[in-house]
Design a protein around this ligand. Structure first.
Ligand code: PEP
Length: 250
């Protein structure tokens, strides 16, 4: 039985004050929640978030890491070991904003997922199609290509350890979530693609849905048999809505 998981992605948002308030709220609310929880914040707040979350069971995470495992002359980069040093346990890899704005290819995503695992972090690897691709009936082809890149590029242990997040690009930050039927249908397709390669890994792989998840649509989305939780952007910035989404897991 796959454990349900809700991860927040603060993107480039937040402040020290917000981290502290979020931590206080989660320390109170999280012990009663039935799922695993993580919150991925800007690098500079990870250590503070870890302190603020002490006793909550909620894991701090990052939103990106270098594809380089070893330290060295990579100005401005942060590697997985440094994130782990700060207390991160998860890291988002290949978010569509990074793929679109920072040129992250499937190859870079594979390298970053491996670099995360090498540092003891769990990569939350994002995949998903654009609106144009969905409208052109290309969703399954796009996802098959992205999954194929992971299967062919990643080591087996990386695939065994990762969390996958299906995030249709048209649903991210738009207020227009996929319907529960659309989400379940894609999640089942993703799992079947992985099962064609390894049924055991496919069965245990958590596949999160991401894209305009809110307290009022969460339980319908989580009803899908292959939907194992959510990667939550905007609604993770406030502890109340993040906790309400987690409460929708039963
Ligand atoms: C995200 O950034 O990964 C995301 C899903 O954002 P939102 O929930 O705001 O659509």
């Amino acid at each position: 039985m796959r454990r349900q998981f809700i991860a927040g992605n603060w993107k480039m948002n937040g402040s020290a004050e917000q981290v502290d308030a979020f931590g206080r709220a989660l320390v109170e609310a999280a012990p009663a929640l039935a799922c695993d929880l993580a919150v991925c914040v800007p690098f500079v707040y990870i250590e503070r978030l870890k302190r603020a979350l002490t006793g909550s069971g909620v894991a701090p995470g990052a939103q990106n890491l270098s594809d380089q495992v070893e330290p060295g002359a990579f100005t401005g980069e942060i590697n997985g070991a440094m994130l782990a040093d700060c207390g991160a346990r998860y890291v988002v890899v290949g978010h569509s904003e990074r793929r679109a704005m920072y040129g992250e290819t499937d190859e870079i995503v594979v390298a970053k997922a491996g670099a995360a695992l090498a540092a003891g972090l769990t990569p939350i690897v994002c995949i998903g199609e654009s609106l144009e691709q969905r409208e052109a009936d290309e969703t399954e082809n796009v996802l098959a290509r992205q999954i194929g890149a992971l299967i062919n590029g990643c080591k087996r242990e990386t695939l065994e350890a990762m969390v996958l997040a299906y995030e249709p690009i048209w649903a991210i930050g738009t207020g227009r979530s996929a319907t529960p039927e659309q989400a379940q249908s894609v999640h089942a397709f993703v799992r079947s693609q992985i099962a064609d390669w390894d049924a055991t890994i496919a069965d245990s792989l958590p596949i999160l849905y991401g894209g305009s998840v809110k307290p009022d649509n969460a339980s319908a989305l989580f009803a899908g048999a292959d939907v194992d939780g959510a990667l939550v952007g905007g609604a993770s910035l406030k502890a109340d809505s993040f906790v309400d989404i987690a409460r929708a897991i039963d």
